[in-house]
Design a protein around this ligand. Structure first.
Ligand SMILES: N[C@@H](CCC(=O)N[C@@H](CS)C(=O)NCC(=O)O)C(=O)O
Length: 215
C-alpha cells in the first residue's frame, strides 16, 4: 500500500507530500530534477505525458496527475485524514479557493519560470514576466481577503486548501512583497509548516524557511 510521488523540492509535489503525511500514508518520493529539466525526459513522459510534477502512482498502479485532483482524490480515498470539512458550506469554500489557486494562480508560475515559452521574442520575455508577477500579486490579495480562520482559511480549522495555499504562495520571487501584503497567508503558511505531520516534510523542502511560530 505504498504511493509513489514524482516531484521536486518546493514544487507542487510538496502539497501532495504533505497531504500524504497528514493521512499517514506510506509513500516513496522519486525526484524529478526540474533544475536539470528532468521533467522533459522521455522516460518521465511515460509517467506524466504533460512532463510536469507532481504525479502520484497509487498503490493500485494507477497514475494521478494535476495537483488539485490528486489532493481531492486523497481526501476521497482516506476520509479518516479529514483533509476537507464535512460541513457543506465550509467544504464549498475550501473547494472554491483550492480551485482558484489551482486555475487562476498556479498556471502563472509557468510563465514566471519559463517566460520564453510564452513570449514571441526573447526580448519581450522579461517584460512578460513582470506583467505576470503583477497579476500574481493582485490574485493573491483576493485570497488574503478570504482567509476567514485564524490561522487557516476556514474558521472551522485546517483543510487541504491550506496546504495548497502555503506551497503556491512561496513562488514567483515575491519574498519581499508577501510579508507586508499577505500577512494572513504568511500566518497560515507558518501554521502549515509547524503541523506535526507536515513539519518534517516542509523543512525537507524548505530548510531555510521553516518558521518557528505555532510550534
Ligand atoms: N496543472 C499542473 C501544473 C503542474 C506544474 O506546472 N508543475 C511545475 C512544477 S510546480 C512543473 O513541473 N514545471 C516544469 C515545466 O513546466 O517544465 C498541476 O496542478 O499539477
Amino acid at each position: 500500500m505504498t504511493y509513489i510521488l514524482y516531484g521536486h523540492r518546493r514544487s507542487g509535489s510538496l502539497a501532495v507530500e504533505m497531504a500524504l503525511a497528514e493521512i499517514g500514508a506510506d509513500y516513496q518520493v522519486r525526484d524529478v530534477d526540474l533544475e536539470a529539466d528532468a521533467q522533459r525526459d522521455d522516460r518521465y513522459a511515460l509517467v506524466n505525458p504533460q512532463r510536469k510534477v507532481p504525479a502520484l502512482v497509487a498503490p493500485s498502479g494507477e497514475t494521478l496527475t494535476e495537483s488539485a485532483a490528486i489532493l481531492l482524490t486523497l481526501d476521497q480515498r482516506h476520509p479518516e485524514g479529514e483533509l476537507l470539512p464535512k460541513d457543506t458550506a465550509e467544504r464549498a469554500q475550501a473547494l472554491r479557493w483550492l480551485l482558484f489557486v489551482a486555475t487562476e494562480i498556479y498556471p502563472l508560475v509557468e510563465i514566471n519560470d519559463y517566460p520564453e515559452r510564452f513570449s514571441p521574442t526573447p526580448e519581450t520575455a522579461m517584460a512578460l514576466r513582470e506583467v505576470v508577477r503583477s497579476i500574481w500579486r493582485e490574485r493573491w490579495l483576493l485570497v488574503e481577503r478570504e482567509i476567514a480562520g485564524n490561522p487557516y482559511l476556514l474558521s472551522s480549522g485546517f483543510c487541504l486548501t491550506d496546504l495548497y495555499i502555503a506551497v503556491v504562495s512561496r513562488w514567483a520571487q515575491q519574498d519581499s512583497w508577501r510579508p507586508e501584503n499577505l500577512p494572513r497567508v504568511e500566518e497560515l503558511t507558518a501554521a502549515v509548516a509547524a503541523r506535526s505531520a507536515t513539519a518534517p516534510v516542509w523543512s525537507r523542502h524548505r530548510p531555510e524557511a521553516t518558521p518557528g511560530r505555532f510550534g
